[in-house]
Design a protein around this ligand. Structure first.
Ligand SMILES: Nc1nc2c(ncn2[C@@H]2O[C@H](COP(=O)(O)OP(=O)(O)OP(=O)(O)O)[C@@H](O)[C@H]2O)c(=O)[nH]1
Length: 609
C-alpha cells in the first residue's frame, strides 16, 4: 500500500522546466509512484517519467505543501556552471577593462542590398599586397578603419537578416552592439524594414540607417528619413539622434561615411570594453560539419583571450582548439574580444547562439558539455510531450462558432519561427476570425506535424514550412490527410499570403438592396391558399419568393416575410412591375390589412475591401 507522498511546509523546491514526477519525487525523497497517485487524485493521469507542464508541477506542489520554482534553461545553465565554480557574470575590475571594437549586424528588407553592402564594406579593407588568404565566408569578419587618427576595427556579422539575430537572442547571446538598417532609397520602408527595426529596438541596440541605392534615378533618400521618423527614428539633421548615411553599395559609394557613423554611434552611446586577460567567453556565430575538418564553429570572443590549445566548451560541444583561422584563411594564434575566428577541434557541432567558454581543464569542459546535452535531451523530450493533444485541440476548436485559420509553423531556427509568428499576429483581422497556431517548432516537417494538423477536424490546420521541407513520405501522408503544406523563405511573402487566406476565409457579408414596394388594396380569403393580398406595386418590382417586411403607418410590423405566391389576374407571375396590380400571399405574416405596405428586398454579397 502506498503511504502517500510526504507533505511539506512551504519549502522551496527547484525543478527545471519540463521535469517529471520522478524528478519531483527525487527532490522531496518520495516514491515516484506516490506522486502518480497524488496526481490521479487531483484528476490528472501522469506517468512517473512523463515531462510535466509548469501548471502540473505547480499544482502538485501546492497540493503537497511545497513552493515549486520552475527554473529556466538560462538559470539552470548558470547553476550548472556554478557547480564548477564558474561565474560568467562576475564583475570585472575597471582597471582590467580595455576598449573593444563594436559588433554590427546588418538588417533590412529583402533585396534592399544587405549582401552587397557587406561585400562593399569587406572590400574597403583589402590591403594591397596582403594577398595569400582567400576571403572565406565564416559568418563574421572584421575591418580596420582609421578614425580620428586611430586604427579602429569594426566587426560585422555577415549572416544578414534578423533570423540569425533573433535566433541568437533566443539562445541568450547578445552579441550585436549596433544594427545597420539598410533601406533602399527607391523602395522606401517595407514590412521587413519595420520588423528589423522592432527587433533592434527590442534588443535595445542603437541603429545606424544606411539609405542604400542612392545611385538609382528614382532614389528618394529624404522620403526614407521621413518614413522612419514615423517609427521613432529621427535623423540627426532633423534634430534626432539616429545617424542616416546615404550609400550605394553596388558602386561602393558612402561606405567610409557609414563606417564613420558606426564608430561615432559606438563612441557616443556605448561603452565598449571587455577584459582581455582570463579565459575566453563568447558566442557561436555559425557552425557546421566540414567533411575534411570535422566540426567547425565561428565564435566571437566577448571577454578574455582565446588561444590555440585552449580547451573549450560551446553549448553541448567540447574539445580543444586545434587551430583558429580568420576570414582570410590565415592562422590566428590568439583572439581578443570582438574578434571572430573559425575554431577547429570541437568534437561536435554547437548551435548558433550557443555560448562558449574556454580555459577550463579538459575534464571540466567535457563534464559541462555532457550535462548540457543531457538537459537538452530532457528538454526536447519535454517539448515533444507537451505538444497539443487531440483532446486539447478539440476543446479549443469547440470554443465559439468563430471561423478560424489554424496553423502549424515549422522553421529553420527558433528565431525565424518566432519572427513569423509575431508578424502573423500583427495582421489586422476582423473579430469574427481567429488565427491559431497550434504548434511551432524548429526542423523539417514531420509525420507528427501532419497528424497534428489533420487532427484539428473542424478546420484542418495548414502547415507552414519556413525554409524547411517535408520528406516525400510526409508529403504523401499530408496529401492523404488533406493537409496543406506551404513553403516560404521570405517572411513578408508568408504574411501576404496568409493575410489573403484570412480575407478569403471571411464569410461573405451581405447587404440589403431594396427591390420594390407594394400597397395592400384589399384582402380576401381563398379556401385553397388562405389570405390573399390584392396590391398595387408602388415602386420597383415585386418578385415571387422575395424577402419582405410589412410596414403599417411607417412602422415595421413584420420582418422575415416571404412573398410565397404572386399572381397577375389568374396567372402565376414571377415579377410584377411598378404601377401594376397583383395578388400575392405572404408567408411569415398572417394578418395583412388594407393600407399595409410590403417592402421587398434582396440580399446581395458585399465585396470585401
Ligand atoms: N543600383 C543599385 N543596386 C543595388 C545597390 N545595392 C544593391 N543593389 C542591387 O539590389 C539587389 C539586391 O541586393 P542584395 O545585396 O542581394 O540584397 P539583400 O538585401 O542582401 O537581399 P536578400 O539577401 O535577398 O535579402 C541586387 O540586384 C543588387 O545588385 C546599389 O547601391 N545600387
Amino acid at each position: 500500500m502506498s503511504s502517500g507522498a510526504p507533505r511539506g511546509q512551504g519549502q522551496e523546491i527547484r525543478l527545471s522546466r519540463g521535469a517529471s514526477l520522478s524528478d519531483f519525487a527525487d527532490k522531496i525523497n518520495a516514491n515516484p509512484g506516490s506522486l502518480v497517485q497524488e496526481m490521479f487524485n487531483l484528476g490528472e493521469m501522469v506517468t512517473a517519467t512523463q515531462s510535466c507542464s509548469d501548471d502540473t508541477l505547480q499544482l502538485l506542489g501546492e497540493h503537497l505543501g511545497f513552493d515549486v520554482q520552475i527554473v529556466s534553461p538560462e538559470d539552470e545553465d548558470r547553476e550548472l556552471l556554478a557547480q564548477f565554480n564558474i561565474n560568467l557574470d562576475a564583475e570585472v575590475a575597471e582597471d582590467r577593462l580595455v576598449s573593444r571594437s563594436p559588433v554590427v549586424t546588418v538588417m533590412g528588407h529583402v533585396d534592399h542590398g544587405k549582401t552587397k553592402l557587406l561585400d562593399a564594406i569587406r572590400k574597403t579593407n583589402v590591403v594591397a599586397g596582403e594577398a595569400g588568404g582567400i576571403t572565406q565566408h565564416i559568418g563574421a569578419y572584421q575591418v580596420h578603419y582609421p578614425h580620428n587618427g586611430e586604427d579602429r576595427a569594426v566587426t560585422f556579422l555577415d549572416t544578414p537578416g534578423h533570423e540569425a539575430f533573433t535566433a541568437m537572442r533566443a539562445r541568450g547571446a547578445q552579441v550585436t552592439d549596433i544594427v545597420i538598417l539598410v533601406v533602399a532609397a527607391d523602395d522606401g520602408v517595407m514590412p521587413q524594414t519595420v520588423e528589423a527595426l522592432n527587433h533592434a529596438k527590442a534588443a535595445e541596440v542603437p541603429i545606424v540607417v544606411a539609405v542604400n541605392k542612392v545611385d538609382k534615378p528614382d532614389a528618394n533618400p529624404e522620403k526614407v528619413r521621413q518614413q522612419l521618423a514615423d517609427y521613432g527614428l529621427l535623423a540627426e539633421e532633423y534634430g534626432g539622434d539616429t545617424m542616416f548615411v546615404n550609400v550605394a553599395a553596388k558602386p561602393g559609394i558612402g561606405i567610409d561615411e557609414l563606417l564613420e557613423a558606426v564608430l561615432l554611434t559606438a563612441d557616443a552611446s556605448l561603452e565598449l570594453t571587455a577584459p582581455i586577460d582570463g579565459p575566453a567567453q563568447g558566442a557561436v556565430v555559425e557552425s557546421h560539419l566540414d567533411k575534411g575538418r570535422g566540426a567547425v564553429a565561428t565564435v566571437l570572443v566577448q571577454k578574455g583571450t582565446l588561444r590555440a590549445g585552449d580547451s573549450i566548451v560551446a553549448g553541448g560541444a567540447h574539445g580543444r582548439v586545434r587551430a583558429m583561422l580568420d576570414e582570410n584563411g590565415n592562422t590566428v594564434a590568439e583572439a581578443l574580444p570582438a574578434r571572430p575566428v573559425l575554431v577547429l577541434g570541437l568534437t561536435s557541432v554547437p548551435g548558433a547562439g550557443d555560448t562558449f567558454l574556454a580555459g577550463e581543464d579538459d575534464r571540466t569542459v567535457r563534464q559541462i558539455a555532457e550535462q548540457r546535452q543531457a538537459r537538452r535531451r530532457a528538454a526536447s523530450f519535454a517539448n515533444s510531450s507537451t505538444k497539443a493533444t487531440l483532446e486539447t485541440l478539440m476543446e479549443q476548436l469547440k470554443e465559439g462558432e468563430k471561423t478560424s485559420l489554424t496553423l502549424v509553423i515549422k522553421g529553420d531556427s527558433s528565431g525565424s519561427v518566432e519572427a513569423l509568428e509575431d508578424a502573423l499576429f500583427k495582421i489586422e483581422i476582423p473579430d469574427e476570425i481567429q488565427l491559431k497556431v497550434i504548434h511551432r517548432g524548429v526542423g523539417a516537417i514531420t509525420e507528427s506535424d501532419v497528424n497534428l494538423a489533420s487532427a484539428s477536424s473542424e478546420a484542418t490546420a495548414t502547415i507552414i514550412g519556413f525554409n524547411v521541407r517535408a520528406s516525400n513520405k510526409v508529403k504523401e501522408m499530408a496529401d492523404r490527410a488533406n493537409v496543406e503544406i506551404r513553403y516560404y523563405s521570405v517572411i513578408y511573402q508568408a504574411i501576404e499570403e496568409i493575410e489573403a487566406a484570412l480575407k478569403g476565409l471571411l464569410k461573405p457579408e451581405y447587404e440589403e438592396v431594396e427591390q420594390g414596394t407594394a400597397e395592400i388594396r384589399e384582402v380576401f380569403r381563398s379556401s385553397k391558399i388562405g389570405l390573399i393580398a390584392g396590391c398595387l406595386v408602388r415602386t420597383g418590382l415585386i418578385r415571387r419568393n422575395a424577402k419582405a417586411r410589412i410596414l403599417r403607418d411607417g412602422t415595421v410590423v413584420a420582418d422575415n416575410v416571404t412573398i410565397s405566391s404572386l399572381r397577375r389576374f389568374k396567372d402565376d407571375a414571377t415579377e410584377v412591375r411598378e404601377g401594376f396590380e397583383c395578388g400575392l400571399t405572404l408567408s411569415g405574416f398572417g394578418s395583412p390589412q388594407v393600407g399595409d405596405v410590403i417592402e421587398t428586398f434582396e440580399m446581395r454579397e458585399k465585396p470585401r475591401s
